[in-house]
Design a protein around this ligand. Structure first.
Ligand code: NVA
Length: 314
């Protein structure tokens, strides 16, 4: 059966560890694996804006010996000009893997059903699993063992990043605290899904309303834009509602003295995060951005190997 990476928990805890270890090896020696040599083509489709994702996938695919074929999803009109299923059948005949950034999770699930090749989620409204692989790699570089660490995500906990932190963090055995005001919390279903994953790994996921309590004693403090792509019409309301959750130097002082600060970018200084925090000594945001490439090379390598083991490709 073709494997996909549509949500963080499409990997088991052991597979997540394997992918992170491979990412670290690929970072140390970028050209030691060439699973896409040929070159094999990987389709990169973007229905939403992108900088880091496009750049890191394109560079990473080239380093793996492959060819990145970028498709403008809006021009292609996926789900509008033709159905997601038909696009999947067409691209699955041209590319070894399909990487897609879109809105609804149901669309990427449909792509995966019909493509016949691995499909990778490069951000949907619900999840951003490639970012989390990069983030976990970054944490392991700064903190060592992931299991047992506490990470606090501040702000819009109902967005893709909040959900992915819950699932990927719990899978890694971490304690994930989401701190959001009413109306911006993750669904109970997502919190339950994280805690179920945590039964095996020791990880936990919980909502902690009060930002001071949520940050207290944390090893990692994370935030994300308050206005995710597609939410622009709600910008004014969101900025007002989320203001008490801004990551300021004062709030950060409640975390462990050696806590690291993460942000997937793009960041809005003076809104979700103070400039002195984003650009300060505890920030690891540039490592995170670089690690997108290494982490994504590892998941592409993992999926390619699974596909070949399954006899789907020579
Ligand atoms: N939550 C953000 C993440 C950006 C990488 C968004 O969806 O726009």
């Amino acid at each position: 059966m073709t494997r996909h990476f549509l949500a963080d928990d499409d990997l088991t805890a052991a597979e997540q560890q394997q992918v992170l270890a491979m990412a670290a090896s690929l970072k140390a020696e970028p050209y030691f694996l060439k699973p896409l040599e040929g070159p094999r083509t990987v389709a990169l489709i973007f229905d939403k804006p992108t900088l880091r994702t496009q750049a890191s996938f394109a560079a990473g695919i080239a380093e793996l010996g492959g060819f990145p074929m970028t498709v403008d999803g809006n021009k292609a009109g996926i789900g509008v000009r033709e159905s997601v299923a038909d696009v999947a059948r067409v691209l699955g005949r041209q590319a070894s893997q399909i990487v897609w950034r879109t809105d609804a999770q149901s669309k990427i699930e449909e792509m995966a059903r019909y493509a016949g090749v691995p499909v990778v989620n490069a951000l949907t409204d619900d999840f951003h699993p490639c970012q989390l692989l990069a983030d976990l790699l970054t944490i392991s570089e700064h903190k060592g063992e992931l299991a047992g660490l506490t990470a606090t995500f501040l702000g819009d906990g109902a967005c893709n990043m909040g959900n992915s932190w819950l699932l990927a963090g719990a899978l890694a055995g971490m304690h994930i605290r989401i701190s959001s005001p009413e109306g911006y919390e993750p669904s109970q279903e997502m919190v339950d899904r994280a805690n179920k994953l945590g039964q095996e790994t020791g990880g936990t996921g919980e909502l902690v309303r009060d930002p001071q309590a949520a940050v207290s004693g944390a090893d990692v403090v994370i935030t994300d834009t308050w206005v995710s792509m597609g939410k622009e019409a709600e910008a004014a309301e969101r900025l007002a509602d989320l203001a008490p959750y801004a990551l300021t130097a004062e709030l950060l002082a409640g975390a462990k003295a050696d806590a690291i600060v993460m942000h997937c970018l793009p960041a809005y200084r003076g809104k979700e995060i103070a400039a002195e925090v984003l650009d300060g000594p505890q920030s690891v945001i540039w490592d995170e951005a670089e690690n997108r490439r290494h982490a994504q090379k590892a998941i592409l390598t993992f999926l390619q190997a699974a596909q070949q083991a399954d006899g789907q490709q020579d």
